[in-house]
Design a protein around this ligand. Sequence first.
Ligand code: B4P
Length: 211
Amino acid sequence: MTVLGVTFLQFIKYYFKKISMFNFLIFGPPGSGKGTQSVKLAEKFNLKHLSTGDMLRAEIAAGTGLGKRMSSIMSKGELVPDEVVIELIATKIDSSKDCAGFLFDGFPRTVAQTIALEKMLNERGMKIDSMLVLDVEHDELVKRLVLRAEQSGRPDDKDPAVIENRIDVYRAKTEPIIDFCKKKGIYQPVNGMGTIDDIFGRLSGSMKKFI
Ligand code: B4P
C-alpha cells in the first residue's frame, strides 16, 4: 500500500528509526584513528560524537580546576580517574537531543567505565549496540602519533616514552573490555590499516547493519 508515495514498509522503518537510538563504541589503541573516524561517522549517521579526550582537553584549555588536576595525568599518558569521565559523559548524554544515537570515542577505557556506561544507557532505555574495534600494527600507531606531534603539538604525542606508556596502558587496562563485549555479542573487529577513506568505508559498512 502506498500513501503520498510512501510505502507501508518505509513508514514502519521511519517510525522505528525515530524511536530507536543506536549507540556505538569506537575502540582501539592510541593512534588507531578513533578520533579521526568518529568525526566522519558522526556526520554521516547523525550521531552525537562524545570524545572524553576532547572533553578533557577542553577543560585543560579553559583552565578549569578539573583541567589543571587532569593535565599532569594526561601528559604522562596515564588514564584519568573513572569517576571524572563517567560524570563528564553522563552530563553530555542528558543534554544531547535530536540525534540518531551516540558514538563514544575513547570511552570506555576500563571495564569499570564500561559497566557504568551500560548502566547509564539502560537507565535511559538504551544499550550499547556495537563495539567497533580498530586493529592497527604497533609501528603504525607510533608513526601516526609522532607525525601528529609535529602538526598539533599535543604534549602526550611529543615524547616517545609517553606514547609507549599509552599503548601499554591500553593493553593492560582498556583491552580487557574486548572480552566483556565479546560475551555480550557486540564485538566487531575492523581492519584499521590503510587510508582514512578505506577505513571509513569499512566502519560505515559495519554500522549500516544497525542504522
Ligand atoms: P584520546 O583523546 O582518546 O586520544 P588517543 O587515544 O591518542 O587517540 P585519538 O583518537 O586522538 O587519535 P587518532 O587515533 O584518531 O586520549 C588522550 C588521553 O586522554 C588519554 O591518554 C588519557 O590520559 C585521557 N583519556 C581520554 N579518555 C579517557 C577515559 N575514558 N578514561 C581515562 N582517561 C581518558 O589519530 C592519531 C593520528 O593518526 C592523527 O594525527 C590522525 O590524523 C592520524 N591518522 C588517523 N588515521 C590514519 C590513517 N588511516 N593513516 C594515517 N594517519 C592516520
